[in-house]
Design a protein around this ligand. Structure first.
Ligand code: ATP
Length: 380
């Protein structure tokens, strides 16, 4: 079942009116339960703490009653400050897709089934932001809403689960540390028939990296009702209108970035020295190759080769400073898969030394074959 084609992109607003977030259910339900320690005033999410035990911060056991805390950041639009001007910073990118659904189908040539994708900031007033990029109050999300007919939705849901697994594999994440956890029935939202968390085994446990959800037609139905605009589409085959069903994939970009760092970070010993190496897949490594002249004498010819790759748009670095060993370590730390070194022999044999980040092995290859060498490396 094809899912990757037929996707259009959108950049929606960061601020949404009270009515939009009321319709989506966020005003009433986007809550985390919290408690405070009455002695030291530390605040916790109730699902992250055992209330039968003492406060991990001060050791006392004197809790407030658990209460619901809405995680949206509220603000006012315009000069008046009555209820009608209340707005919220978006806690997810998805709703901008639903409220623009009709704009998209009337301005692009999409045909069912199709997807609308968005990447951008989301804001949540997290009770306990922590673990570096894992939980923040301001973060980047990427979401796809896949619109299809109700009868096909379960098959698409499964196709998306498979496609997302393949995505993580394609960017080199160790698949032994990825698992798909099916939500139990009591975890599901009332409108949802299936939901899976893609989890990664972080050093602090298995945690959600992405959510994949069969959302029924809840969102479009709600926005239709609250806005008075009909968001149904007309089916030429059956000559009937219907509200599409949605399968959603939702990932935190920062959380994915953190995952890549944990997954690729290694310390090993090379030449009796501990080195830090990021074993990033060449497809995801920020710098694909580094070009190193052995001495000042080789700067000019090596810079020429480097420039030719830079001009092709490849993300490459030129580094002439420090010993060659130091330069290799620098590239290891940022995950550059290969370094090319131009030395005294290069002028006569038209070759450079390629040094592999992971194995640290070196081989000599012709300068004329560098293009093919890099293409091969990046296609893996
Ligand atoms: P969690 O249970 O970790 O709070 P969630 O179930 O509330 O996450 P979703 O609403 O499904 O998360 O959001 C989709 C994705 O957005 C998550 O899988 C995660 O990658 C990312 N995400 C959510 N909240 C945050 C945050 N505070 N900081 C960074 N990324 C986040």
């Amino acid at each position: 079942m094809g899912t990757q084609e037929n996707i259009v992109f959108l950049e929606g607003a960061l601020l949404g009116s009270h009515d939009v977030w009321k319709a989506s259910g966020h005003v009433d339900n986007f809550n985390d339960p919290m408690v405070d320690c009455l002695k030291c005033k530390h605040r916790y999410r109730t699902d992250e703490i055992d209330l039968e035990k003492s406060c991990p911060h001060c050791g006392n056991k004197d809790w407030t009653q658990p209460r619901q805390f809405n995680m949206m950041f509220q603000t006012q639009l315009g000069a008046s400050s009555d209820n009608s001007s209340v707005a919220y910073l978006r806690p997810e990118t998805a709703q901008a897709i639903f409220v623009n659904f009709k704009n998209v189908i009337s301005t692009t040539r999409v045909k069912m089934p199709f997807g609308i994708a968005q990447i951008g900031k989301a804001f949540r007033n997290e009770i306990t932001p922590k673990q570096f990029l894992f939980r923040m109050r301001e973060f980047e999300q990427m979401e796809i809403e896949w619109f299809c007919k109700a009868d096909d939705a379960l098959a698409y849901f499964e196709a998306w689960c498979q496609a997302r697994k393949e995505f993580y594999q394609s960017i080199g994440i160790n698949t032994d540390k990825i698992r798909l956890r099916q939500h139990a029935t009591d975890e599901l939202a009332h409108y949802s028939t299936a939901c899976v968390d893609v989890e990664y085994q972080f050093p602090f446990g298995w945690k959600e990296l992405e959510g994949i959800a069969h959302r029924g037609n809840f969102d479009l139905t709600q926005h239709s009702k609250h806005s008075g605009k009909d968001l149904a589409i007309y089916d030429e085959e059956t000559k009937q209108s219907y509200i599409p069903t949605v399968v959603e994939c939702s990932v935190g970009v920062d959380r994915l970035f953190l995952t890549l760092l944990f997954d690729a970070y290694y310390e090993d010993v090379v030449d009796n020295e501990t080195r830090i190496v990021l074993r990033l897949s060449p497809t995801i490594a920020p710098i694909k190759a580094a070009f190193l002249p052995l001495t000042k004498k080789q700067i000019e010819p090596m810079h020429k080769i480097y420039s030719s790759f830079k001009k092709q748009g490849l993300s490459v670095q030129f580094d002439e400073s420090g010993s060659i060993g130091k330069r290799y370590r620098r590239q290891d730390e940022i995950g550059t898969p290969v370094c090319f070194t131009y030395d005294f022999d290069s002028e006569t044999d038209n070759c450079v030394t390629v040094r592999n980040r992971d194995t640290t092995t070196q081989e000599r290859i012709s300068i004329d074959s560098l293009d093919a060498y890099l293409q091969n490396l990046l296609s893996k």
